[in-house]
Write a protein that binds this ligand. Structure first.
Ligand code: FES
Length: 148
């Protein structure tokens, strides 16, 4: 079946089965490989994208459920890579291996949109993404730096 999708502000078509996870449409059909595959079970957050501004784990989102939702991936967080979070990530040298970081950034961006000055508790509650390198303290510092 052909699905019409709004990805990063542009219309795209995907000829896939309805149960295909959005993650694979992004990566394999559209070549948007910034969104990562970690667990495939909705647990780690490596595949985090936004749909209509809300955090979604794209590995467990069937493409048939996206509908008219506006999907935003890490590639569109900031065209010039100068989003306050990206700058803070660099300043705090957050990544170690880096694999989970695009998902972290998308989760952090949604947090700052809804909560511009989050407390530690709000950061901890919102940032449920997993990082095997244990970058959590630097993630928290970077979010606070970006929040100003
Ligand atoms: Fe989607 Fe882990 S790959 S939550």
């Amino acid at each position: 079946m052909t699905y019409q999708l709004n990805i990063n502000g542009a219309a795209h078509k995907a000829d896939v089965e309805g149960e295909t996870p959005l993650l694979w449409v992004l990566r394999d059909t559209l070549g948007l490989t910034g969104t990562k595959y970690g667990c495939g079970a909705g647990a780690c957050g490596a595949c985090t994208v936004h749909i209509d501004g809300n955090v979604v784990r794209s590995c467990v989102m069937p493409v048939s459920a996206v509908g008219k939702g506006k999907v935003r991936t890490i590639e569109a967080l900031s065209p010039d890579r100068k989003h306050a979070l990206q700058q803070a990530w660099i300043a705090e040298q957050v990544p170690q291996c880096g694999y989970c970081q695009s998902g972290m950034l998308m989760a952090a961006a949604a947090l700052l949109k809804s909560t511009p000055k989050p407390t530690d508790a709000q950061i901890d509650a919102a940032m449920t993404n997993l990082c095997r390198c244990g970058t959590y303290p630097r993630v928290r510092r970077a979010i606070k730096r970006a929040a100003g």
